[in-house]
Design a binder for this molecule. Structure first.
Ligand code: GUN
Length: 286
């Protein structure tokens, strides 16, 4: 039976450190790290994510704010709100929750958040820095996965690492972080031939495709470390990941549950990036 990687417990430990550092920061500078999250429209999943981000900020002592904008908001209106936040010295991190309504260009919006306030690390400049390996902000979900591996003593160096999914948010930056950690990395996607053959090679298997029970036990090498980034609802409406947890648990050596695995770590890494942004701001002001 696999060891369950407890993302909630690991998250709590890291957030405890962030809370301590935040207190020192506030004592030294007289203001708190500030994160503003913008949500456009009423996507229920996004609303839950945003609520969790706000609560996490409050728990570590950040000044957090959520700006809710209606579904019909124009791109111009959204860019104007972002511009106000860019000029606000008390806002150190700006996050626009994705997905955006279809009439708004995601690319234009992400470009409007300057790299030094881009705590999601979605701006092209930050993405480029991740590629080079010289970065200030880590992409939150992949960074959360790396933190889980580190905490559990799993070193990707020299290992076969297979990432299933090639999104800009998870798959691509995940592959890059594993590569920086000296893993031998393969990215699989919807056009990959003989997927199971490739996933069965993985010592570390990271799955981010957004389909319930996509990874079955026969696709996993005995003893593999399986990281499930998926967040889906199954036929009964229950939250589940991309991995058939009940079956894969008896094949893997370690596995993350959903919920309670990668999810809490993603928010924790967002907190870390916001604290980093606030520290950089304070250093620039000196
Ligand atoms: N939507 C789903 N995941 C994310 C994320 O990490 N950041 C943002 N901004 N939106 C998301």
């Amino acid at each position: 039976m696999a060891q369950i990687i407890d993302g909630k417990k690991i998250s709590a430990a890291v957030r405890g450190e962030i809370a301590k550092e935040t207190k020192q920061f506030v004592d030294e500078h007289g203001f708190a790290p500030g994160l503003t999250v913008i949500i456009v429209g009423e996507d229920p999943a996004s609303q839950v994510y945003v609520r969790n981000k706000k609560r996490a900020c409050e728990e570590v002592g950040f000044a957090s704010r959520v700006i809710e904008m209606h579904e019909q908001t124009t791109e111009e209106e959204l860019l104007s709100v972002i511009d106000g936040l860019v000029k606000d010295d008390m806002v150190h991190g700006i996050l626009v929750q994705l997905p955006l309504p279809k009439h708004i260009s995601e690319e234009a919006v992400l470009r409007a958040i300057p790299p030094h306030k881009d705590v999601d690390a979605f701006h092209a400049e930050n993405v480029g820095k991740i590629m080079i390996g010289n970065f200030e902000f880590l992409p939150c979900t992949p960074a959360g996965v790396m933190e889980l591996l580190k905490y559990e003593g799993v070193d990707p160096a020299g290992k076969e690492c297979v990432v299933v999914g090639r999104s800009n948010i998870v798959g691509k930056p995940m592959a890059m972080l594993l590569l920086h950690a000296n893993g031998t990395v393969t990215i699989c996607h919807s056009r990959t031939r003989n997927l199971a053959e490739v996933t069965r090679r993985a010592d570390i298997l990271v799955v981010a495709v957004g389909r319930a029970n996509f990874i079955t036990a026969d696709m996993v090498k005995p003893g593999a470390v399986v990281i499930d980034v998926g967040m889906n609802r199954n036929a009964e409406g229950k939250l589940c990941g991309d991995v058939d947890f009940a079956a894969v648990e008896s094949v893997a050596s370690m596995i993350t549950p959903v919920p309670g695995g990668v999810g809490p770590m993603t928010i924790t890494m967002l907190l870390k990036n916001t604290l980093t942004a606030a520290k950089s701001f304070a250093a620039r002001k000196k």
